[in-house]
Design a protein around this ligand. Sequence first.
Ligand code: NDP
Length: 499
Amino acid sequence: MADKPTMTTSAGAPIADNQNSLSAGPRGPLLLQDYQLIEKLAHQNRERVPERVVHAKGWGAHGVLTITGDISRYTKAKVLQPGAQTPMILRCSTVAGEAGAADAERDVRGFALKFYTPEGNWDLVGNNTPVFFVRDPLKFPDFIHTQKRHPRTNLRSPTAMWDFWSLSPESLHQVTILMSDRGLPTDIRHINGYGSHTFALINDAGERFWVKFHFKTMQGHRHWTNEEAAQVVGRTRESTQEDLFEAIETGNFPKWKMQVQIMPEADADKTSYNPFDLTKVWPHADYPSIDIGVMELNRNPDNYFAEIEQAAFSPSNIVPGIGFSPDKMLQARIFAYADAHRHRIGTHYEALPINAPHCPVNHYHKDGAMRFFPNNPNPAAYYEPNSFGGPVEDHRFDEPPLKISGDADRWNHREGNDDFVQPRALFNLFDEGQKARLFANIAAAMGDIPDFIEERQCKLFDQVHPDYGAGVRSARAAIKDRNPSISAPTDQTLADASA
Ligand code: NDP
C-alpha cells in the first residue's frame, strides 16, 4: 500500500476504511457520526451545476489559434497580429436538447471560443450559422420557449415552433439554413463556425472598422439526412463526442481557416441592409472574406466537467483592439451570458482555472461564493482610489467614441427590413437535390401542426421564392397521403386542448 497515496476526506484527514460504513453491529443502523459517509453522500448530491438553459449538451477541446495574415492596419489586438499563437478552448453544442440529449439532432450548433490572450480573455460565442432566428432580444426568451418542452405535455412542440416562426418572418433565413443539409451535421469537425454578430476592430490610430469573424472547416462539410441520423441515434447518442474525442486522441487534429469580413465604419449607414441585424449576412461580393489564420484543436480535456461544463463563454469578454457593435442581440448577450454563469457556476466563476485569463487579473471585486484567489499584493488596497499601490485605470485603452444618435423609442424592428432577399440568395444556391431535401425536412419537422399555421408559413416561403412555397406544400401533401392520421386541428380544437 505504501506506493499509493493515502485517501483522505476533503479536509485532508486519512480514511481508514472506504468499504464499510459505521454501524451499530453488522445488522444495526448507521451512526450519524460517520462523517466520511455523510461527506461522500453530500458531495454526490452536489455534483451538478444547473445545466445551461440552452446549449446544455456540449463537446469541447483545447487548441491554438495561429495568425498567418496581416490585419494590423485594422486592429491593435495582440491576438490578431501576424504570427500570434494563442491557446484557446472550443465548446460546441446543440441548442434545444438537455445535457443527456442525443447528438445527431437537427439543430443549430453552438460554436463558442475562448482565446487566452496576453490582454485578457477574448470569447467569441457564435454558432455554425452566420445568422439567427430573431433580431430583437425581447423576442429571445419566447423563441427559446418554443424550442424547449411544452409545459403540459413535457414534449417538444412543432406547433409552438412553427406558430412562432410563421409569426416572425425575420426567422426565415435561419429556418432555411436549419432545414437545409447543414442543419444536421455529422459532428463538429465538419461544420463552420461564425461569430455571427458584427463586432468592431480598432487600430492604433483609434480608427474603428466593423468586422464579422468566420471559421471555415478544413475537413469539409458532412451532414446526415434525417433517416441516417435516426439510425445513428439508435446506435449511439454520443456520436459527436465520440468523433471529436477519438479524432484528437489519435492525433487527427481538426482545423478551421479563420476569416474576417471588414467594413469601414461609415459604410454602416449606406448598406441596403442593417449590418447590425443578426438575421443578415454581409454578402461576400460586397465585403470579401480575408484569410487571417488557422485554428487547430489538439488536446482533449482531462476532466470534462472542469474544462468543458464549467467553461463559461460570454460575448462581454473582449480585448483592446476588438469592440462591440450596436447589434441589439449582441448588446443583450453582453449582459445575459455573464449573468447566466454567475447564476450557474457562481460569483467568481472567472477565477476557475478553465476560465482564468493567462495574464494578470487586478480588480476590486470582493467576497462571495468561491472567493479563493489571493488579495491584491498590498491587502490595504481593497478599494479604489487608494494610496497603497492598488491597480488603477489606464486611458491608453480608451475606445474611440461611438457616434450614435437617435430618439429613444421602441422602434419596430420589422419595419424597413427585407426578410426575404437573403433567404432567397441562399435558396438560389441550392441544387435540385438540396431543394428537395429542404422541402422534405421542413415537411417532416412540421409534424402534425394545424393547417392554418402550415399555410401561414408556406405564404412566407412563397415570398422567398414561389418554388419554395410550392415545394413545401407538395412535400406536406405527400406526407399527409402516407399518414392520413395527421389531423389538422382547427383553432377551436387547439383552444379545447389547452383548456
Ligand atoms: P456567396 O455565394 O459568396 O456565399 C455563399 C455562402 O453560403 C458560402 O459562404 C457557403 O459556405 C454558404 N453555404 C452554402 N451552403 C449553405 C447552407 N446549406 N447553409 C448555410 N450556408 C451555406 O454568396 P453571398 O455572400 O452573397 O451569400 C448568399 C447567401 O449565402 C446568404 O444569403 C446566406 O444565406 C449564405 N451565407 C452567406 C455568408 C456570408 O457571410 N456572406 C456566410 C454563410 C452563408 P462555404 O463557404 O462553407 O461553402
